[in-house]
Design a protein around this ligand. Sequence first.
Ligand SMILES: Nc1ncnc2c1ncn2[C@@H]1O[C@H](COP(=O)(O)OP(=O)(O)OP(=O)(O)O)[C@@H](O)[C@H]1O
Length: 247
Amino acid sequence: MANFLEIETITKYFNIANGPVKALENINFEVASGELICLLGPSECGKTTLLRIIAGLEKQESGQILLNGQAIDASGPERGMIFQEPRLFPWLTVEENVGFGIKGRYGKKLLQTIGQELLEIVGLSEFAKAWPSQLSGGMAQRAAIARALAADPLILLLDEPFAALDAQTRTKLQTDFLSLWQSTHKTCIHVTHDIDEALILGQRIIVMHPSPGRIKKIIPNPFPYPRCPDDPDFITLKKELRDSFLP
Ligand SMILES: Nc1ncnc2c1ncn2[C@@H]1O[C@H](COP(=O)(O)OP(=O)(O)OP(=O)(O)O)[C@@H](O)[C@H]1O
């Protein structure tokens, strides 16, 4: 199980007008195949930067990412990214958006079948021919999840995908995302700044701190699913997470 994905001594600087800013310092952790990890931390602690480095969209100054023992330093179809905003192409239908990334690989008919299957999984079958402008925020994010799944990645990298949604929609998408994770066995790294979301979703919670972005604590979350953050069993863990947020 261990050593599927290894994040080894990652350090990252950004050059800004006042000089270099250390966005990440000595980040180390491993992810098992099929694991659901939450990266939790306040603004500017480097969560997005770390996710982008794992996705191959950003280069680190030092350290490496290993997938099944092989160093990776560019993006690849085995890693699918889901952003806070759905980023659907407005000129394509929902179904066309879902199939966009795999268009060259399959014929039109098969592409349509794959699109229909994925839209069914995310509960959007009836909106295959709709335009992105006709979807609610939650529906658009479901379509974005289906699009990320289209390439059948081993790893889903989710950058606060539910943060812009209202509370009720967020709860529903969290539940549906858990079902999806349990049925697909994808390895997921889910970024959030919301303690309750990390408690509901993560098998392990990696707490990060800013200035420079670093790992403060890695907390196992062994409670069975489905979880409710107000469950009395959660109180100790929730307190530990709250305390770990403190400087
Ligand atoms: N392209 C960039 N150019 C310069 N500095 C950057 C860039 N991207 C990120 N940073 C800096 O790196 C640090 C980490 O930012 P990052 O966006 O990764 O944090 P975050 O935890 O995802 O924050 P948030 O929750 O607000 O999105 C911050 O100080 C940020 O200003």
